[in-house]
Design a protein around this ligand. Sequence first.
Ligand code: ZN
Ligand code: ZN
Ligand code: ZN
Length: 929
Amino acid sequence: MDYKDTLNLPKTAFSMKANLARKEPDQLEKWDQIDIYQKIREVAKGRERYILHDGPPYANGDIHLGTALNKIIKDIVIKAKSMTGFDCVYVPGWDCHGLPIEHQVDQELGDKQYTMPQAEKRRLCRTYANKYLDIQREQFKRFGVFGEWADPYVTMDYDYEATTVEEFGKLLLSGDVYKGKKPVYWCASCKTALAEAEVEYADHTTPSIYVKFPMVSDISSVLPALAGEKVSVVIWTTTPWTIPANLAIAFHEDFDYVAVKINGEVLIFAEELLDYCLDAFGLRGTEYEIVATFKGAIMEGLKCRHPFIDRESVLILAPFVTLDAGTGCVHIAPGHGQEDYEIGLEYGLDVYAPVDDDGNFTPDVDFFAGGFVFDMNGVVNDKLKEVGALLGEMDMEHQYPHCWRCKNPIIFRSTEQWFISMEKNGLRQKALAAIDSVTWVPSWGRDRIYGMIENRPDWCISRQRSWGVPITVFYCKGCGAYLATKEILDHVVALVREHGADIWFERDAQDLLPAGTVCPECGGGEFTKETNILDVWFDSGVSHAAVLEKRDDLGSPCDMYLEGSDQHRGWFHSSLLESVGTRGRAPYKNVLTHGFVVDGEGKKMSKSLGNFVDPQQMVDQYGAEILRLWVAAEDYTLDIRISEEILKRLVEAYRRIRNTSRYILGNLYDFDCEKDMVPVEEMEEMDRWIMHRLQEIIRRVRGAYESYQFHSVFYALHNFCSVDLSSLYLDVLKDRLYTSKAASRERRSAQSAMYLILDAMVKLLSPILVFTAEEIWAHMPAYSGKEESVHMTQFPDVDPRCQDEALGRKWETLIAVRGEVSKAIEIARKQKVVGHSLDSCVSICAPEKLQALLTEYRDMMSAFMIVSQVDLVSTDTISDLYESMEFEGLKIGVAKARGTKCERCWNYSETVGEVAGHPTICERCAQNL
Ligand SMILES: [Zn+2]
Ligand SMILES: [Zn+2]
Ligand SMILES: [Zn+2]
């Protein structure tokens, strides 16, 4: 007789090999067929809503690992919230307007871009955005992300565009929006103003120069010692091309300055920088005399002459003057710098910026008219040298702003732009107050955005491009006044809702205005329209109005915005300002941020460095599941590392979880969870212990989901699989599962526990391992009312009936003793005393208290240790002892087991052959047949 056939060996159709890359698409198709997202919504009907509002990725190019990470974190949050008892709504969105797409279309058009009508170019941009929207949608779905993919929100939809116009109109009518001349970041090659978020800092070399500005005021009135001297103030700059726009020189009122007589003339600069300046001027070693020392304050109102332009440069005081570099006398060009502009306003200086859209000097600039500013640095220096004003010159490498799109260095230039004022209606203060009504995760996000809002200049919302939502303002041809009334704006909004924003570019001003409109200022009836479009951050910043407030299932403020930490400057920021400006509150209750993907060494990813990981390739190679596991396993609040090494470890971890699940499934093949379930109170004690452990896992994992710490979810579950289950519980269980009668209470008890463990585990894992959890779920025993998908279920609750702290403590001790026995067996195995652990007979001598505990568990001891016999001995009768370091007084001996090896259960027993007709098996086995 082959006794192997009498064992209850595991069997399951759940395959050992995952084959994720190949099998995931089939699963996706199944989900598609049943419309899983709607199914989950139906199950959740009537529950409290949870709205995570999607930050729209830009519809340009394939998605990269950072975008993948973001979408997967969102999906984990949503799935976990759904399984915690919420009705989750997820509407994915896309940001479609803006420079990058227009740039691509321009490149494809070549010279045609200059002659093509704007409306036609806009259609090409729309097609381009649509193409990538479709591509990205498929890529996101491939990750197992559920949502309203068939009906996403799209910032170029007519309805969305109309809302964008409407929101702009609200701010315009409330007086938050103004038109003004102000320095803005300007890219001369893209010919547009740039938002702060569109500026990148990179190394750039410019000349660093020291320039003399001769005094024209009679300085002897404040410093008599300088009477009759030729006096100059020395300034320093790294942008020589701004010298033609110099209107002032700033001193710090509290700093000490010196008038130094050297080579027959007097130079003025900060006292603290004396040595530094003499070095920079190449005058170190030259004899000099300090003629006067004075506070900067006395210089206010005196005047210098521009070195080569017939214009005065006034001396002013400014708090931003520092002694970190330069001369302590700061060159001020109000048209080319933010601080310069602000201090210029205080002193009533002109916002002078003689540079055109192409970055060329305007015709009124002597000597340099028509020259490209970055080419003019050297020419300006030559001119300064020619007039004897250049004191020192060297190259300096520094961090300089560059255009995010074309990577060229940009300039600061004042132009006529539209702004949202931070002060006029108190937007800044209101926004700062709103920040504290929001929960920021991690908490430093609060300080970050607070600091940004506190210090930001007014929001420049105009762009000189075609692909966007127009600034819908009309100008009177007669008097130049601009028209903005509720009636006109409503009229335009209705047109845009019907025809899209294209209509602004297709029709003349007259045809965009309500019939019979006349200028309220001069009564004229002819108008032009504004040609600028809105900053694309304004587009996405109104999504709370265009999406959250417009869709039935949604609402504002929503529960969560979740993006990379750069969005404190971007989307979180623009959404906050827009919502506070129009509604007086933030559009979100919680904001969660994640870090950025870096390689295994912590370096930023880039195609040029060769450390670029493509999520599509990862999916093809490992499956989306491993990508998801990576997202969950890393602490996303920091930089998120990825490398072959990390992925290999994750694949290992995945296998452990998969194999553990497979083993349990294999032992449930004959388990009917309605008929065979053993109540916890009646379970075998070890089963009760694992049920107790399971409750701890459930509590920990649910807590980790609650606080968005998905790496803790992963580690808790992985640890449970490998430590508690694989190498302990399931290992010990084998004998009971295989050799007991199939329907025995002992086996059903084990199966009941295993079933409950897997049921809990598969649910707790499902927000992360969406595919595998579903596959396991499908292989689990059926019962009436079993949900079609694991994603339609709820997380298990901690079951107080399964908790037994006293039992937990007892078992902690037993498990520790078991560990010591394993060590002893390992030594015996090395000494060839035993082979398999079942060959062993273990003798244990323990101190009194421990001995009592072991005696209590005497009957299960051999099965628990996976040995054939355990003898508890009270005196030192053991030879060749193993003495435990963990438990004082615990001594263990290992000897060859008594009796004969049972052919069926492999245990050694003195009862083998005792039952008639079964000469090779033990009594226990014979009875179980
Ligand atoms: Zn550019
Ligand atoms: Zn008018
Ligand atoms: Zn046996």
